[in-house]
Design a binder for this molecule. Sequence first.
Ligand SMILES: [Zn+2]
Length: 108
Amino acid sequence: MNDMTPMNPPHHLSEEDRHAAADGTLDPERARDVAAHLDECEPCATDVGRLRALMRHLDDAPPVARTADSLAAMWPEIRSRIEERKILPLAPSVAASDDVAAPGAVAG
Ligand SMILES: [Zn+2]
């Protein structure tokens, strides 16, 4: 009675497992199962390899830092454009706030 063929991996690794395998955060027991599966399953092994490469790439160039960098580089140009197009000086509307009488300030 062998309705389960041991040669075929029963199911592929979950995405969680593949991520953990890629960054090495699997617990030892699970890691053995995963390693065994990766040994026999090329698609999963390829995916883990890709995840590993991706993680190393992200480590090298954090996307957040890159964005901040390019924004800082662009900022002087943006500011000089604003200066060029400046027509009206922005003044705080003091008169407006003086005009609106606060209900509690009405003295009797
Ligand atoms: Zn697989």
